[in-house]
Design a protein. Structure first.
Length: 270
């Protein structure tokens, strides 16, 4: 028997990268999957956007595991569309048990006071407010099931430690960590556990695509030129984050709630 047989998992930012890895890992453990992504370019990030073809590929990989997959092009800033997707998921699957709020963007600027207001607002809207909106749309469905459940919010090692030239990202991810703690308090009595993963540098297009990393290194060579990983690895594979997420969502962690779990090769200890 697999860890998530008969359960349904919802994943934001699922078209590629960590989100796709999460979808495939959860399907491999028996879960049916609701996978959604914005699949269009945002205004202030250099990262090339995921596409609808990427999202379809995620669905094919889930279905290749013998599981069902509902996909949708939804912006996490659009609460109405998120709520409609939650209703669609309930019609298709009849239940929601697991929620992985994974979506993310990353942008940098010379310093905090020269950051453009548009960039600040987009990062906060997507990373922080968008996380709250995903929770607002889907938590009522977990509660309606009366079976408990589990939620993992993707924060960041930079929710714990600062990254110069990335104030909006750091502020948003720190906010996600405290949001997680509030939700853990509120949902514990309902048997719903809430935790956060704090990835270090992960080998996805958010980091390697579009030139953001090169820009960050040029702006802050002292920071990015220091190898903070305590383990002999570079960028982490997305699967390393999925392994932690699967554990946190599973009954193997049934008494674990309200924690921030760094998966960063020791980055935050440096």
């Amino acid at each position: 028997m697999k860890r998530f047989d008969g359960k349904v998992a919802v994943i934001s930012g699922a078209a590629r990268g960590q989100g796709r890895s999460h979808a495939v890992a959860l399907a491999g453990e028996g879960a049916d999957v609701v996978a959604f992504d914005v699949c269009e370019r945002l205004s202030t990030t250099m990262t090339p956007p995921a596409s609808l073809d990427d999202l379809r590929e995620t669905a094919e990989l889930v279905e290749g595991q013998g599981r069902r997959c509902l996909t949708a092009q939804v912006d996490v800033r659009d609460l109405e569309s998120l709520t409609a997707l939650a209703a669609d998921a309930m019609r298709m699957f009849g239940r929601i048990d697991l929620l992985a709020v994974n979506h993310g963007i990353w942008s940098v600027a010379p310093n905090s006071w020269e950051l453009e207001e548009e960039s600040w607002q987009e990062s906060i809207d997507v990373l922080l407010t968008g996380t709250w909106k995903v929770c607002k749309a889907f938590i009522p469905q977990l509660l309606a099931g009366g079976r408990g459940g589990a939620i993992v919010l993707t924060a960041s090692s930079n929710g714990i430690t600062p990254q110069p030239s990335a104030v909006a990202y750091c502020a948003a991810k720190a906010g996600v960590l405290n949001m997680m703690r509030v939700l853990a308090w509120e949902l514990g009595e309902h048997g719903i556990r809430v935790n956060a993963i704090c990835p270090g540098g992960v080998d996805t297009l958010m980091v390697t695509g579009g030139g953001t990393l090169a820009q960050a290194m040029a702006l802050r060579p002292r920071y990015h030129g220091t190898d903070r990983n305590l383990l002999p690895v570079g960028l982490l594979p997305p699967q390393s984050i999925s392994d932690a997420l699967v554990w946190l969502l599973s009954d193997d962690a049934k008494y674990v709630t309200g924690i921030q779990l760094p998966v960063d090769a020791g980055w935050t200890v440096f």
